[in-house]
Ligand binder design. Structure first.
Ligand SMILES: Nc1ncnc2c1ncn2[C@@H]1O[C@H](COP(=O)(O)OP(=O)(O)O)[C@@H](O)[C@H]1O
Ligand SMILES: [Mg+2]
Length: 293
């Protein structure tokens, strides 16, 4: 994750982006992309490319390895910038602002976009960046291309989250999905306070609201898979559930188990913080019923 995505982005030139795209593309075929491939892809001459490469290396966006030849690969940070550039080019966003949050496997920035300069959020997925081994275990098909598995893993996660939001919105209270590119998605800004960090006056009502959303998602064939007080915000109108990249469908072999865990997390939270007691088996059964329909 780039510490200062906005600043680095502003300093980027078009030709630098073009060279990054060239390396990104050629990494499908080479662990270390030879400079000739960059020449072929971009059509720029060698001198110019060497100049651009030295700037990209200075910004820590690319890595160089001297083998029999000089080979290059992009860093994760470059991937973030390429996604951001795609959003800017197609007019999804026109400005990027402050950091909104850092998650287990993501970093989220404020942005504005559209013709109305609407406030938006960009979530850059970082799956595969921190725990490379973990990702490999989950995605065996990537082993043969392990030098780009982080690129696939983070893109897949973003794509999955975007797909989930597209299916759920507006039937379930989730952020509105706006756009997707590479490892990033653009969505509406969450409305409210994180459930974990606030105190509500009417916990029974909020618990019911959350369970209603879980059931609606279930009816659309989506089980969150990482539901907790850290992935829910509450506001006077109700709640919003976010962070969907690990969602599963009712056909998943462990669907019931994962759904049960989701519901139990929420019941346990309301019991501990607000002393709201619900017959957990009854609640779980009422959701599982929907799962089996
Ligand atoms: N749409 C959004 N609007 C505002 N803040 C957001 C939005 N999505 C995520 N965030 C912030 O970023 C943090 C991490 O996002 P999250 O989707 O939970 O990712 P992770 O999978 O890394 O936990 C959240 O806790 C929240 O503070
Ligand atoms: Mg989260």
């Amino acid at each position: 994750m780039l510490e200062n995505i906005p600043e680095t982005f502003i300093g980027m030139r078009n030709k630098e982006f073009r060279v990054l795209v060239a390396i990104e593309n050629m990494m499908k075929f080479h662990e270390w992309v030879p400079v000739e491939e960059i020449v072929n892809f971009t059509g720029y001459n060698l001198k110019e490319i060497e100049f651009i490469i030295s700037h990209l290396a200075q910004k820590k966006l690319i890595n160089k390895k001297v083998l029999g030849y000089d080979g290059y690969s992009i860093y994760f940070e470059a991937y973030d910038l390429l996604a951001l550039n795609a959003f800017v080019k197609r007019g999804t966003i026109n400005a990027i602002g402050d950091l909104l949050g850092i998650g287990k496997e993501s970093v989220v920035y404020a942005a504005t976009g559209g013709i109305t300069d609407r406030e938006l959020a960009i979530k850059f997925h970082t799956e595969g960046k921190i725990s490379f081994k973990h990702v490999r275990l989950k995605r065996e098909h990537m082993v043969d291309k392990k030098h780009i598995s982080w690129l696939y893993a983070s893109r897949l996660a973003a794509r999955k989250e975007y797909d989930a939001l597209r299916l759920l919105y507006p039937h379930v209270n989730v952020p509105e999905p706006i756009d997707h590119n590479r490892n990033a998605i653009v969505m509406s800004v969450l409305k409210g306070q994180m459930l974990a960090h606030t105190k509500v006056n009417d916990p029974e009502w909020f618990l019911e609201e959350i369970l209603t959303q879980v059931k609606k998602a279930m009816q659309l064939g989506i089980i969150h898979g990482d539901l907790s007080e850290f992935n829910i915000v509450v506001n006077p109108e109700g709640c919003q559930i976010f962070d969907w990249p690990q969602y599963i469908t009712p056909e998943h072999p462990n669907a019931i188990e994962i759904l049960t865990r989701d519901v139990q997390n929420i019941l346990a939270f309301f019991l501990k913080k607000y002393r709201v007691k619900r017959d957990s088996q009854e609640v779980i059964n009422s959701v599982i019923e929907l799962c089996q329909k």
